[in-house]
Design a protein around this ligand. Structure first.
Ligand code: 13P
Ligand code: ZN
Length: 273
């Protein structure tokens, strides 16, 4: 038995691989984090070591004190996580104050967690509070079509939510709250973390202009499915535009609202005004 045989490690690595196969992770692009359950931490503990130093996070969250996260390594390639999890991902323990971490497993050849960990950490904090602890996954990727749209649409939730909802019937059902949008910023810092966090209070998915997409989910499948649905809708819209023909018809506003209602969801119709 090895830690690599545990389902949660396999699922983490498989999710990285699935994203890579979609073409969302050039080089070291993108990052994934997962807040572990108490049972998963217990199962992994025999493999933990406590000799690496505590590192200051630069952000703080009371509701994440003493939690454990599985996280991709900074500069590591998504396609390599499944091939060699111990070298490309790690497990972090958060300290008693909720403002620092230490690596207790993984990154055996050195390195640290993703440079976007401050954003992941703050997003986890907001989503844990918003979902009563159900949300466990934060996923960042660089999908081509959603990035392309940030060159031509106004950088507003209204503009992006409308286009994405109208481009595929599943969309008002899968993300009825719409998507948030952050203007271009330097990645990896506290400023983009705080801005993304503000939007995470309202939206499960945040577009980063000229950069990519951040999504949250209760499970790996839910987060991956949200990323996939948004990117597919963006691809359809890009393909429609690339025909050069005017749009003859789309889903009417009433249809968007009713599609969500039919599946027990409530569309954030404010965004349609
Ligand atoms: P990391 O290699 O630090 O995870 O950065 C990749 C990325 O996508 C930055 O936004
Ligand atoms: Zn990125």
């Amino acid at each position: 038995m090895s830690i690599l045989d545990l389902e949660v490690i396999k699922k983490f690595a498989l999710t990285c691989n699935d994203g890579y196969e979609q073409g969302w992770h050039e080089g070291n692009g993108g990052n994934l984090s997962y807040r572990m359950t108490a049972e998963e931490v217990e199962a992994c503990k025999p493999y933990f070591t406590y000799d690496r130093p505590w590192v200051d996070l630069g952000v703080q969250a009371d509701n994440l004190k003493n939690e454990y996260f599985m996280v991709t390594g900074t500069g590591k390639f998504f396609q390599n996580v499944k091939r060699d999890p111990a070298a490309n991902m790690c497990i972090l323990e958060i300290n008693d104050a909720g403002d620092g971490y230490r690596i207790v497993w993984g990154l055996v050849n050195g390195g640290g967690p993703t440079s976007e960990f401050p954003t992941h950490f703050m997003n986890h904090s907001v989503r844990v509070a918003a979902t009563d602890g159900a949300c466990r996954v934060i996923y960042h990727a660089h999908p081509v079509n959603i990035i392309a749209l940030t060159f031509i649409l106004p950088l507003t939730s209204e503009a992006f939510s409308r286009v994405l909802w109208e481009s595929m019937t599943e969309c008002p059902i899968v993300f009825p709250n719409g998507v948030g949008v952050v203007e271009w910023m330097i990645p990896g810092g506290a400023e983009i973390a705080h801005k993304t966090c503000e939007l995470q209070k309202k939206y499960d998915a945040i577009v980063w202009a000229h950069h990519g997409l951040f999504v949250s989910g209760n499970t790996f499948d839910a987060a991956f499915g949200l990323m996939h649905t948004i990117e597919k809708s963006a691809e359809i819209y890009c393909k429609v535009l690339s025909t050069g023909r005017p749009i003859a018809q789309t889903i009417p506003d009433e249809g968007l609202i009713n599609a969500a209602t039919a599946y027990g969801k409530k569309l954030n119709a404010e965004l349609l005004k």
